[in-house]
Design a protein around this ligand. Structure first.
Ligand code: SF4
Length: 303
């Protein structure tokens, strides 16, 4: 029997909405939810059927027999596997205490299940991949804006200029956001892309800065210097909401576009042209924080 089912993609943590066709309980087709994404999905999401059909993936719990690397596995049922893990955890708790348990999950919408389990066990030690991923950007946003990086909604569709740092969004990222970027580009908006290498997103961008690894911060300092020098910032907003602005002005005084160009390996004239563009497009300019500025030791500042 054929069925059409609405679900969410599990191929990455974004969890895009999908529509799935099945026949006799086998998945035959996956596409983006037509009501929300017009059917679009990234390559990873579309390959979801391949994951299900992969006959080399474990299809039931396996318990290792013998030493590590021996390659011997015993197939067991789920109740047996759960009892096995529960016994191990009880033993660990008895010998080392509940706090010796650390639970790490992928993050995303189901992390509360993992957290609840961890806390019910008696350990506060829950973590997820975010700590080695977007955390610097998150903390930078918290310290500047009072809310983390996920506390914003971006009206990309109606923006005139979107600036991305290493956010290779067209390769495989939020589909809804990509559709908005396409709408923005079709309406004449500009996309500036900063990365250490060319990418699919860089190819679609109206401006591509190929910077030396770890120099995004230098580029941004040069841009801030030029913006303040030209006086194209929003003074009314700053007067009302910003503290420490004079310190920022004094700090970036030394970081000219000439200096930034030298650090980043890009042309000074291109930095100045970029500032011309954001001056023309303001206030509908989005510097998207993403999470790919989080990879360097100066990431907190760059973000
Ligand atoms: S970005 Fe791609 S892989 Fe991730 S949830 Fe959306 S469709 Fe799936």
């Amino acid at each position: 029997m054929k069925k059409s089912v609405y679900s969410i993609c599990g191929m990455c943590t974004v969890r895009c909405p999908i529509r799935v066709e099945t026949e006799n309980n086998r998945v035959t087709w996956i596409e983006g939810n037509p009501h929300l994404l017009g059917g679009a999905l990234c390559a990873k999401g579309s390959a979801g059927t391949a994951l299900i059909d992969d006959d080399e993936r474990p299809r039931q719990p396996l318990i290792r027999e013998g030493g590590r690397g021996a390659g011997r596995w015993q197939k067991v049922s789920w109740p047996t596997a759960l009892d096995y893990i529960a016994d191990k955890l009880k033993g660990i708790k008895k010998e080392y205490g509940a706090e010796s348990l650390v639970v790490s999950s992928r993050g995303g919408p189901w992390q509360s299940i993992f957290k609840t389990f961890c806390h019910a066990f008696g350990s506060p030690n829950y973590t997820n991949h975010d700590n080695t991923c977007g955390r610097n950007t998150h903390h930078a946003s918290l310290s500047i804006n009072g809310v983390g990086r996920k506390g914003f909604q971006y009206d990309i569709k109606n923006a005139k200029h979107l600036v991305l740092f290493g956010r290779n969004t067209f390769a495989s990222l939020r589909i809804a956001e990509n559709l908005q970027i396409m709408d923005m580009l079709e309406a004449g908006g500009r996309l500036t892309y900063v990365d250490v290498r060319q990418s699919m997103t860089g190819l679609k961008a109206s401006r591509f800065f190929q910077v030396r690894p770890g120099t995004d911060y230098a580029l941004l300092l040069g841009v801030i210097h030029e913006v303040l020098k030209r006086g194209i910032h929003d003074q009314a907003f700053i007067d009302r909401y910003v503290s420490g602005f004079d310190e920022l002005r004094a700090f970036v005084e030394q970081y000219t576009p000439t200096w930034a160009a030298n650090e980043c390996g890009v042309k000074e004239k291109n930095i100045k042209e970029f500032v011309d563009e954001i001056a023309e497009d303001r206030p509908r300019v989005i510097f998207h924080p993403g999470w790919n500025l989080s990879r360097y030791k100066d990431s907190f500042y760059a973000s």
